[in-house]
Every structure is written in C-alpha cells, then in structure tokens.
Write a protein that binds this ligand. Structure first.
Ligand SMILES: *[C@@H]1O[C@H](CO)[C@@H](O)[C@H](O)[C@H]1NC(C)=O
Ligand SMILES: *[C@@H]1O[C@H](CO)[C@@H](O)[C@H](O)[C@H]1NC(C)=O
Ligand SMILES: *[C@@H]1O[C@H](CO)[C@@H](O)[C@H](O)[C@H]1NC(C)=O
Length: 137
C-alpha cells in the first residue's frame, strides 16, 4: 500500500529530471509489506517482505528488487530468504532468484514466481502471490 494510514511502501528518491516519468524511472522505494499465507488480509501473517526496489527501466516499468522474506511464525520464525532480481511488473508471471538465506535457510538457492493477484491503482494497493522454490540444508 503506497498511501493512507496503513502505508507500507514509500518512495524515497527520484532524479528530478524524471519526476514526470509515468514508469517511475529512477524512483527508489522502500517497503515493509506483510507476508501472508493467502491473499485475504485476514489470512495468517507469517512474516514481512522488506526491502528496496528501484524503477530501473528507461522505457517500461521494470524493477530491480532486493528484499528479504523475514519469517516470524512457526518453524521458520527468525529465518529469512533473500531475493534479488528483475521484476517486469506488468508481465503475468515474473521470476526472481533466491540468492541466499539465514537461519533454516542458510545456503538457500532457488527461485520465486510471482503473479499480481490484485491491483488497485487508486489507493496504490497491490496483492502479489509468490510461489517459492528453494533448496536449503
Ligand atoms: C488500517 O489498519 C487497521 C488495523 O488493521 C484497520 O482497522 C483499518 O481499516 C486500516 N485502514 C485502511 C484505510 O486500510
Ligand atoms: C519536477 O522537476 C521540474 C524541473 O526539474 C521542477 O520544476 C518541478 O517542480 C518538479 N516537479 C515536482 C512535482 O517535483
Ligand atoms: C518468534 O521468535 C521471536 C524471537 O525468538 C519470539 O519472540 C516470538 O515469540 C516468536 N514468535 C512465534 C510466533 O513463535
């Protein structure tokens, strides 16, 4: 959510000469989104998706994402996986690499496929489904 009392994403920087860019080129965002087991806001909260993303596409909406899934529940509580990748937001299925992890996810390697489940442009709210495929010890 990019606005309102429950905002979880904030734009922190943008090159002034691109301040009218409809694809947000050069904009840097910081997020701390809830990570839930399902799309409903009442589904179980299992952690946080924290990180930064940069609108890195000059000609279309493409993000460079660097973020952690920080788990706060169950057997993964205290463990995290780190994701760094390219996210072309308007594509139906995107893929980003899992580059590592901590706790139970030490030495993690894998990938995640994401799909936008819901997007509300008016309030800047998005729900994104992540399917995570991860190998770890
Ligand atoms: C913000 O979050 C609170 C607590 O979860 C909720 O009661 C409220 O309806 C939310 N407000 C909006 C605008 O989403
Ligand atoms: C965008 O940048 C131009 C020129 O750098 C400046 O005049 C204008 O006030 C800026 N607009 C916003 C909304 O920051
Ligand atoms: C997760 O771990 C933290 C720190 O060890 C602990 O305070 C918290 O109660 C744990 N949460 C759950 C749901 O087990």
């Amino acid at each position: 959510m990019t606005s309102g009392p429950n905002q979880t994403v904030v734009s922190v920087a943008q090159a002034p000469q691109f301040n009218k860019s409809s694809i947000f080129f050069s904009d840097v965002f910081v997020m701390d989104d809830p990570l839930r087991t399902g799309p409903d806001k009442n589904s179980k909260l299992v952690g946080k998706a924290q990180g930064i993303y940069v609108a890195a596409g000059l000609n279309k909406l493409e993000l460079l994402v660097a973020m952690n899934f920080v788990f706060t529940e169950g057997e993964y509580n205290g463990s995290a996986i780190s994701i760094v990748g390219h996210n072309e937001v308007l594509t139906t299925v995107r893929e980003m690499p899992i580059v590592g992890g901590s706790g139970l996810f030490r030495f993690a390697r894998g990938y995640t496929q994401l799909r936008t489940y819901l997007f509300n442009q008016k309030i800047g709210s998005a729900v994104v489904e992540y399917n995570v495929f991860v190998n770890h010890y």
